[in-house]
Design a binder for this molecule. Structure first.
Ligand SMILES: [Zn+2]
Ligand SMILES: [Zn+2]
Length: 358
């Protein structure tokens, strides 16, 4: 449908996109009005009323006389209400207005903060490209490191690796690392958490890797108690440093499994394990409220693409967007660290576990 100043189109997968033409003087106000959640805007309108102002999609007006005092920029709209700009991702009325009033808005993580990708598949399992191609693509994106985390043998459909093939892959990675300055390939795995909570590779194999990402790919119908136990066992495992796609949801295809996420996050905080924000558009898992909970417990976050082809490296933007919706700052994000500090974090995670925690 379309008219003089508005039009709607249906994009891929029936996503509706509304187009509006507005006066320049109202541009910021319209952007603000149509971006924020309803509750956020109601709160702003109430604040405005108390100050003798009126806010709508055309601007901020002082009553009486309806003189426009802001509208062409979003910053101006918030400033007129005595607030700093509240980033769009936070506009949900879940504490952001109060945080803005008291100068406690988070400094949200940005795409440019990301130094590498910690969850990538290659031809060695079910990815499309060889190591070389992946490394070139990651370097083109300005990354300082990647972790190669192919599937393990339990995932037969994905040609998962066993200890022997992982050792072979490690040799290939050593060869690559010898070639490049200022870029490192970490030896990793996305080890399957089996239905009884044990991992799909023996400890001595896991001990030899730089990073162990663990995740659930089966038994989604298990009870909440069973699934939670399974994830807790993985969190406590001496060599696991990241839990990938922690709820297993696929948007529009399947709900996540029934896990007690709060229990898992508490344990992750205790054992110094990071939780993934999987950037793949159908996953985006953890979600925003879980990310906020993770931050409350002090859990580190890894924003990872789970790329199976090089173009999927670009989905990082969606993972960062979800992190921002969850109020995540750069300091919360594991892969916003340079390589050295990342290695230290990975080491300290193991030391903490070996010492029996805390
Ligand atoms: Zn996975
Ligand atoms: Zn994966």
């Amino acid at each position: 449908m379309h008219g003089e100043t508005r039009s709607s189109i249906l994009a891929d997968q029936d996503i509706q996109v509304d187009l509006r033409v507005v006066d320049e003087a109202s541009f910021g106000a319209a952007l603000q009005y149509f971006t924020g959640g309803k509750q956020h805007n109601i709160k702003l309108r109430e604040m405005a009323l108390r100050a003798g102002l009126k806010v709508n999609e055309y601007g901020v007006f002082r009553e009486p006389g309806e003189k426009r005092i802001a509208g062409n920029t979003e910053e101006g709209v918030y400033r007129a209400l005595g607030l700093p700009l509240i980033p769009p991702e936070l506009r949900e009325d879940t504490g952001e207005v109060e945080a803005a009033q008291s100068g406690r808005l988070p400094g949200l993580v940005e795409v440019g903060d990301i130094k590498g990708d910690l969850h990538i598949h290659t031809k060695w399992s079910d990815g499309s490209h060889d190591l070389d191609t992946i490394v070139r693509a990651a370097r083109q994106r300005g990354y300082r490191y990647i972790a190669v985390t192919d599937h393990t043998k339990g995932l037969g459909v994905a040609h998962g690796l066993d200890g022997a093939r992982l050792a072979e892959q490690a040799g290939a990675i050593d060869g690559l690392n010898a070639q490049y300055k200022g870029f490192r390939v970490l030896k990793g795995t996305e080890v399957d958490i089996r239905s009884d909570g044990t991992l799909d590779l023996p400890d001595d194999v896991l001990a030899g890797l730089d990073i162990v990402v663990a995740s659930v790919h089966s038994g989604f119908k298990q009870s909440r108690e069973q699934i939670t136990k399974r994830l807790l066992a993985a969190v406590r495992h001496p060599y696991v440093s990241v839990i990938a796609h922690p709820t297993g949801r696929l948007i529009g295809e399947r709900d996540g499994y029934a896990v007690d996420m709060e229990a898992v996050l508490k344990e992750a905080a205790r054992y110094g394990v990071a939780m993934e924000i999987n950037a793949y558009p159908l996953r985006l898992d953890l979600n925003d409220s879980q990310i906020r909970m993770a931050r409350r417990y002090g859990v580190s976050l890894a924003i990872s693409t789970d790329a199976h082809v090089t173009t999927q490296l670009d989905t990082m933007v969606y993972g960062v967007a979800m992190a921002r919706r969850g109020w995540a700052e750069r300091g919360d994000v594991l892969n916003a660290r340079e390589y050295g500090p990342l290695r230290e974090w990975l080491k300290s995670c193991r030391v903490k576990k070996a010492k029996g925690i805390r």
